[in-house]
Design a protein around this ligand. Sequence first.
Ligand SMILES: [Zn+2]
Length: 239
Amino acid sequence: MKEDLSRLIVLQEIDLQIKRLDDELATGQADIQKRQDVIDERKDKIAKYAATIESSDTRRIELEAEIEAELVHIKDRQSKLMNVQTNREYQSLLKEIEESKKNNKRREEEIVGLMEQNESLQKKVTEQGNVCKSEEQLLAEAGEKVSALIQETQDKKLKFEKTREQQAKKIPDHLRRRYDQLLAKRNGLAITGVTKGVCQGCFMNIPPQQFNEVLKGEQLLSCPTCQRMMFHQPEAKEE
Ligand SMILES: [Zn+2]
């Protein structure tokens, strides 16, 4: 049993190394993803600005056509002024011309507003576009570093996994099954030290009787709280 116990401890050390490498891989990838998300968000914003600019331009062209049409209308009314018979007719044409001029003034003001808005949006598009470009460049550089790191980490992991396979073979099937189940259910820690009567996996006290058994190391006991397998781990001396 003592031999199995020490083999399980070695296996656990290997598995913790593998877990650490997995965490490193996940952190590296999450960082890249986060930066990509920021860039995507910025691109969305730029696209929205561009869409607003486009619809403003459409509206401006519409208004310009309306102004042209209105000018034709004004000219027509003005030529009619020359041939009116009654004062009433004359007044009515003048009023119509006045109304048309007002309409065009309103349209021109709207065009000015649209152009000002587009100018400031265009500025934002350019600014954000430049920020995006430099962020993408930085991300590409970081991506290369992370890829290299990922490759390195994966190579290390492969080595650990080979060692693990050999180590696992030395452990009896029923123990290995129990170990693997705990490993999956207990966040990568299946066997844990007990120091001064405290389980180092869940930091709960274990009953004194059980602790005495753990001290002997003759049988494989489970923590009553977290069910991890236990071994005695003397207190580390403080520096
Ligand atoms: Zn525990």
